[in-house]
Design a protein around this ligand. Structure first.
Ligand code: FES
Ligand code: FES
Length: 212
């Protein structure tokens, strides 16, 4: 029996009707159109979906939406401060990290979480990130994380909760809808929900939101 869940996604209040055990990733991608977090394995292993819940790194494919009530979800789409990229995003651009791009939103969210925990991470700290990259961009990611660690922190701003609900609530003006992404994302192989649609966006969108 679907229930109504209310929480925040990238500073915007959302309301969704969903089964309590529906994974947050399904809700983000299929109900809210937030496609930065990627569907890879669906069982918390590949970490392509990595996002933050109340500031902590999570894999939303294994977080039921019922655990998100009144909490703050941050995805790659919510990292930049307006036009200003987060230092980790900027470092990713500078180091030209991405290859196919599929894993990159999750990698960046994991790197942001690492730099929150450890301001000057060692190679061992960086290598402890478990996000998979089938393109083997690990050396460039290491370079980017070290560069981001040396950058000034992101200026505060943005991400404030609004009073306008999204999701299954009343229709919102077009300006409040999530942008579509460009490259295509792999489809779930087991016919389950989430991640089925084509994404689109520019290279910068890739750093900011999708890469696929
Ligand atoms: S860990 Fe979430 S899709 Fe693989
Ligand atoms: S850049 Fe292709 S999977 Fe990581």
């Amino acid at each position: 029996m679907p229930k109504k869940f209310k929480f925040f996604v990238n500073g915007e209040r959302v309301e969704v009707d969903a089964e309590a055990d529906m994974p947050l990733l399904w809700v983000l991608r299929d109900k809210l159109g937030v496609t930065g977090p990627k569907y890879g394995c669906g069982v918390g292993v590949c970490r392509a979906c990595t996002s933050h819940l109340d500031g902590e790194e999570v894999q939303p494919c294994v977080v039921p939406v019922s655990e998100c009530q009144n909490k703050k979800v941050t995805t790659i789409e919510g990292l930049a401060n307006g036009e200003e990229l987060h230092p980790v995003q900027q470092a990713w651009v500078d180091a030209d990290v991405g290859q196919c791009g599929f894993c990159q939103p999750g990698q960046i969210m994991a790197a942001v979480a690492l730099l929150k925990r450890t301001q000057q991470p060692t190679d061992a700290d960086i290598d402890a990130i478990e996000n998979m990259c089938r393109c083997g961009t690990y050396p460039r990611m290491r370079t980017a994380i070290k560069a981001a660690a040396a950058m000034p922190p992101q200026k505060p701003g943005g991400g404030k909760p609004t009073e306008q609900p999204r999701g299954n609530g009343p229709k919102q003006p077009a300006a409040q809808q999530q942008p579509q992404q460009t490259t295509s994302a792999p489809k779930p192989s087991d016919g389950q929900s989430s991640g089925g649609e084509e994404d689109s966006g520019t290279l910068l969108d890739g750093i900011g939101s999708a890469f696929g």
